[in-house]
Design a protein around this ligand. Sequence first.
Ligand code: HEC
Ligand code: HEC
Ligand code: HEC
Ligand code: HEC
Length: 142
Amino acid sequence: MKRQLVMMFLAALLATVPALAEVCTPEKAPESITMNHAVFKTHKKPLVTFNHKKHHEDYHLACTVCHHVIKDGKNIWKQGDPVKKCTECHQGTKAKGKMPKAEKIKGYYYNAIHENCVGCHKAEKKKGKKAPTACKDCHQKK
Ligand code: HEC
Ligand code: HEC
Ligand code: HEC
Ligand code: HEC
């Protein structure tokens, strides 16, 4: 009888574990992403593998460093909110011709993604970190 109760208790406990995990990590962020957006009709460069988990956990970057919803010049996105693809807002492919840098970034995915990834890596490199800035380090041949 006692043993049966213990078993029942354990079963109940186990059943709650996945539910708890669900609540604690609302993000459901992927561990690693092969960046392959359809705004580029073809990829001229080898596809970039972005280790999402490492960037957040090992490099200690807050979600809001990369994810945003801008309202009145402020980022109102917070962890737990739905995440849209960058290309839903940065819809153009690549800026051509003269325009202010901020406009290129706002309107064109190529410019936005390189500003985000390479921009931070350049700053990190200055601080002595090993963040890649050469084309071939991100666009790695498999
Ligand atoms: C820190 C990583 C990183 C570095 C360094 C980098 N890129 Fe990219 N690049 C990306 C990512 C991410 C994308 C988006 C790919 C996607 O979402 O489809 C991209 C997209 C591109 C694309 C459009 C897709 C394609 O393959 O045609 C081109 C072209 C490109 N990069 C060229 C370059 C060149 C040239 C350099 C060096 C001057 C460079 N990149 C450096 C990360 C990087
Ligand atoms: C260093 C930049 C960076 C950080 C930090 C970061 N993310 Fe991301 N995340 C990305 C990029 C880039 C993508 C791919 C977006 C795309 O495909 O347009 C992505 C994708 C996602 C997706 C999947 C969206 C989809 O439609 O597939 C989720 C969910 C997500 N991130 C949540 C988070 C959460 C939650 C955090 C913080 C715990 C976080 N991210 C931290 C850059 C980052
Ligand atoms: C909901 C729409 C939306 C989504 C999704 C979005 N952006 Fe943006 N982003 C904007 C707007 C609007 C601005 C311009 C802000 C301004 O000029 O005041 C901006 C600005 C930027 C900037 C320049 C400012 C800064 O923070 O350095 C970069 C870089 C950038 N976005 C990269 C990204 C990347 C990478 C993703 C995907 C992980 C992404 N954005 C997803 C709307 C979006
Ligand atoms: C806000 C800063 C920041 C942003 C934004 C960022 N990174 Fe990084 N990244 C880092 C740092 C810091 C390291 C590693 C430094 C170290 O090894 O200590 C790194 C390392 C890397 C590496 C090599 C090691 C690994 O984790 O695979 C790749 C590849 C990489 N980043 C790709 C990207 C791509 C692609 C994007 C844009 C989608 C991006 N990063 C955006 C800070 C950033």
